[in-house]
Design a protein around this ligand. Sequence first.
Ligand SMILES: *Cc1c(COP(=O)(O)O)cnc(C)c1O
Length: 485
Amino acid sequence: MRYESTRSNLSGTDTFAVLQGLAQDGGLFLDKTLGSRPFAVQECLKKDSLGMAEMILSYLMPGFENMKELVEKAYSGKFETEDLTPLVQVGDAYVLELFRGPTSAFKDVALSMLPQLMTAARRQENMQGKTVILTATSGDTGKAALNGFMDVDGTSIIVFYPAEGVSPMQQRQMATQEGKNVTVCSVEGNFDDCQRGVKEAFASLADQLEGTGVSLSSANSINIGRLAPQVTYYFVAYAKLMEMGRIAFGDKVDFVVPTGNFGDILAGYYAKLMGLPVGRLVCASNANKVLTDFLETGLYDRRREFFKTTSPSMDILVSSNLERLLYLASRDENKVKGWMEQLNTQGFYQVDADTLKNIQDSFDAGCCDENETMAAIKKVWAEEKYLLDPHTAVAWHVMEQKGEKKNRPQVVLSTASPYKFPGPVLKALGVEAGKDEFADAAKLNEVTGVAIPENLAKLQQKSILHKDRIARDQIIAYVLEKVNA
Ligand SMILES: *Cc1c(COP(=O)(O)O)cnc(C)c1O
């Protein structure tokens, strides 16, 4: 089985793609037979979460040996609940709680698995030397990746986050990270600056590091080993709805996904291509609504004002994983290459009508401003006694906006614990927030009675271990310095 670049026919095995992260031509690795190989959907739906993960990952990455063992090592005993991602009915909709992992963000689902895949790939490819994981984060990937790769043999990890672009709790989570092989650095810029810096580091350092025993890889969702584990929870949600008697096999289910880098929702499209009866995939954006505009018009235009919102993990204007969808919808490497070049040099591109239609056949889009985000948190708490984090609130709002398809079950993907953003959540409930995130969290707990996740409660006692801060054009130099240290 071969993975190929979205921008050419450059190819490699699945283990190679996981180790490499990004294809050498700047494209993303993709299995171009996706959607044409059979997958035993009904058999998969009968399994428990770990069993589904094993089956789905073996299908997507058959080159890995012992997937069952890798899955068990990744997940057993690491999440709050045994089924990893519980489905909860809220009003007449459903919330898929993806934040019950070790760092209280949905990124844990993938980033618990990625280190297992990476070490297995190193073993299978007989790799010597060290793999250095470079990661740009809008807040949650950083901590989940640090947690996943901490003290993993043969690897080290460097995380870059936007200095003023993450929540105080997210910043605290990263700055207190322990482990011999971890580096955390803030960047004077936004997430897009971090992501661009990391991509440039890949491009310019690959040759320089040749022969040094150091190779670079990525924990961002550009890595197929990061994307693939996310497919599982779409199956989990579907199986739960069957178990609850809400649907029979074959009935369609809509998923509403709070979206930033387009990884989470793309995993839903993978599930659909594998045969899961997915209805609409609804892409929910905050005030940075570049994807809403694109999905409605086919014009992707990042030349616009960038907003800092209360859902910082979605403050993104260049959504990397969209590139995989562009390929799947156009089946044309040259077109994708052209669009990506134009985005890079001119800041926009317009897809052709056929590609747009293929995309719109599966995707809907909507957006939510700051007031609407706050209103959704307030309303769902008042009416259902369910506490949404700001990202999930964006999706909830968009679901209500698109209310016409309510005859089908609507599943809202919940991507973070409200306790990662206690200040804004308190404000939404009409309670004054203070300057200290732990005091805010305690107050939120007092007001709602919703438990504080243990990993967040414990942070307060931990010392700050990482204080580096650099300008956005220093990322490459910083990586070189750390790699050579
Ligand atoms: C990363 C993240 C998102 C966006 O997910 P993408 O896969 O980047 O689209 C949404 N919400 C939260 C809380 C996140 O951490």
